[in-house]
Design a protein around this ligand. Sequence first.
Ligand code: KG4
Ligand code: ZN
Length: 354
Amino acid sequence: MRILAIETSCDETASAIVEMSHYAKATRDERIQILSNIVASSQEIHQKYGGIIPEVAAREQVKSMMPVIEESLQQAKLESGDLDAIAVTQGPGLIGSLLIGVETAKSLAYVWKKPLIPINHLVGHIYANWLDESVPQLPAVVLIVSGGHTELVLMKSHGKFEWIGGTRDDAAGECFDKAARLLELGYPGGPAIAAAAAQFKIPNFKFEIKLPRPMLEEKNFDFSFSGLKTAVLREVNQLKNNQQFSALAIQQLAFETQEAATDVLVAKTLGAAKRYQIKSVLLSGGVAANQRLREKMGLAVQQFSSSAVQLSVPEPKFCTDNAAMIGAAACFNYSPVPWQKIEALPGLDLTGAV
Ligand code: KG4
Ligand code: ZN
């Protein structure tokens, strides 16, 4: 089973070819093989503006869509005739961006006479955990943390998801992006915050800046990150008024922002891991590329279960948007839909996923 997968939900234009043998009788813990995985990003253009301009992203995607697909075929040394199906991200995401991937996939499915599988972007993020050497055991609690989403999901089996909590306002990645902008660290904010935080290494330094850990003590699986962003704004204003907005102060604030956000993400995920009978905790989404989150979650899961529950975290390149994860989701949830019935759904959520 060989699938060409297309992903264009945000500013990336991505195409991948993945393979899974005996998909119909999949031994369910089978790993996906990646034959090619191409990601073109318009990030450099967005850096100039400090964030994504949807029209600019879509214009770039129109230009790069077909070259990226061609490159994925070339790299895999395949032609269209070698493909069994096409998968495409249907939503959620930016409408202009989604349309480019969806309409391209529909045209190719029609011309090449291939089955077409629409995939929920969030489900794709979850399936990034099936792209690594070790395959997670189910059931699992999944934390999806990206630029647009912070969700906790119970994954009972392949394609069976129960949403158990999520952010009431900003997503964690959005909080990193906004905090980075306030700290004048550039875009995308997550990696910029992580890099500045890593610079902050004063032995035995006593923090003067303490940011809130929103909803940490509440016994539910919900998050809120807008208060954290506002707290960063308050600190920045105060530092600027006192002429103390130095490189060190920025690093310290970046460090504390990362600590505050990751403390909440770890505590809530662990709370869910304790509540449900699970075999694994899965991390996914762009923020899962964060080294500090990976370390803290690893320690927390280890302390809680001493190896009865395994933590699975995709390689950083599979945490951020890519098409291989969409291909993996399609392999495990092979449900083609006639191309005429498929449309981009920018507001798609996890109910009725895949
Ligand atoms: O999953 P993704 O690539 O796109 C969405 O579906 O949103 O996630 C992008 C988000 C951005 O907010 C970015 O700042 C964040 O992931 N991110 C990180 C890191 N790398 C990307 N956040 C923290 N640390 C990182 N290393
Ligand atoms: Zn994403």
